[in-house]
Design a protein around this ligand. Structure first.
Ligand SMILES: [Zn+2]
Length: 75
């Protein structure tokens, strides 16, 4: 097996996965879209793919969602 195919095989886990950095940048937007009951996974498929694979980012999303809902309740 060549080095390249080894790398590609490794990446094959989820080719759409945005990685933590991009997910973090979009996470607050993603949470707001989710909080409006819109299809966040359709708008940000790369972030959705990452959230499926990354527990820590999912936890951050939960925290953001909780904060947004608290905000809405206050108004
Ligand atoms: Zn992550």
């Amino acid at each position: 097996m060549s080095d390249l195919s080894r790398v590609l095989r490794f990446l094959d886990t989820d080719p759409q996965d945005s990685g933590c950095d991009e997910a973090m940048e979009l996470l607050h937007v993603y949470a707001e879209v989710l909080a409006r009951d819109e299809d966040a996974a359709h708008l940000y498929p790369r972030v959705a793919a990452h959230l499926r694979a990354c527990g820590p980012c999912r936890e951050d999303l939960q925290g953001l969602l909780a904060a947004i809902r608290t905000d809405v309740d206050r108004h």
